[in-house]
Design a protein around this ligand. Sequence first.
Ligand code: HEC
Ligand code: HEC
Length: 258
Amino acid sequence: MRYAPLLARLATAVLLIASAVPALAQVADHQYSAEDITAGSRLYAAQCTLCHGPLGDGVSGINLRQQRFRRPLSDDQLRQVVTNGVPNTGMPPFRLQPRELDGIVAFIRAGFDVTGTAVKIGDAARGKQVYARSGCATCHRIDGVGPRTAPDLSDIGSLRQPSSLQRSLLTPNLGMMPINRPIRVVTRQGETIQGRRLNEDTVSVQIIDDKERLRSIAKADITLTELGKSSPMPSVSGKLSEAEVSDLVAYLLSLKGL
Ligand code: HEC
Ligand code: HEC
């Protein structure tokens, strides 16, 4: 009998591990491998440093480490630039194998960090269509269009890194920012309010409730607060292809609130 709670806890631990493994395998499909990044770093040192410099900022107006190009480039476009060069500029064409191109792209996407993560970045225009047909706008708002029940994504591209955006899409429960955890409060008057926190300070909390109303509640009036651990956001894993997820990440990155 004394062991029962321990066994129950072990069972939970096993469940957690069992559910974490496929999630990680899923994420790995959407990122370049550590081997790709390392191979790319060697190739970069040998072929690109001469002009772009060890930090990627050797050509004016371009910073490869920070993904700053003449215009936003998808992974495929990056491969094309390296393969074809840029005519009438100093950027020469390179004859590289597909694996070598993957390496170069991976090293750039990892921000020149061989221990970093390199998220696959697709095409932002296609990603906009994926967003439109995947029902994202039934919860999210972009540039004033859509409800306020979920976070406004108008400037998400300047707030989050690619890997964090990808985590939100594939494993929402792991990607949740603390402020975005669903909240339920019960007031002294016996009212239950649930929704999403917009803001919180020492004396009050502002909540968008599940009917999309903005409520400001004095903390002194709250008798119970619960923060949910699971995200109301459905995972796109298994619903969208690897290419669609990379397009969606590209679209979200392009949202800078300008
Ligand atoms: C001989 C010098 C030189 C070498 C070597 C070189 N580049 Fe470039 N690269 C340039 C120049 C100059 C530009 C700017 C082209 C322009 O004005 O649009 C450029 C532009 C780029 C761009 C940005 C294109 C865009 O549309 O914004 C990328 C990406 C790039 N290079 C990647 C690489 C990679 C990867 C390598 C190594 C495989 C490499 N370059 C090697 C000179 C070089
Ligand atoms: C049923 C409502 C719902 C739908 C549908 C939905 N989301 Fe979400 N999403 C949420 C909620 C609630 C959060 C906040 C909690 C969290 O981060 O998981 C969120 C969080 C996010 C975040 C992280 C925001 C931040 O501030 O970190 C991104 C990015 C995102 N969603 C994108 C999408 C995209 C793209 C789609 C369509 C494929 C989508 N969502 C569909 C409800 C939804």
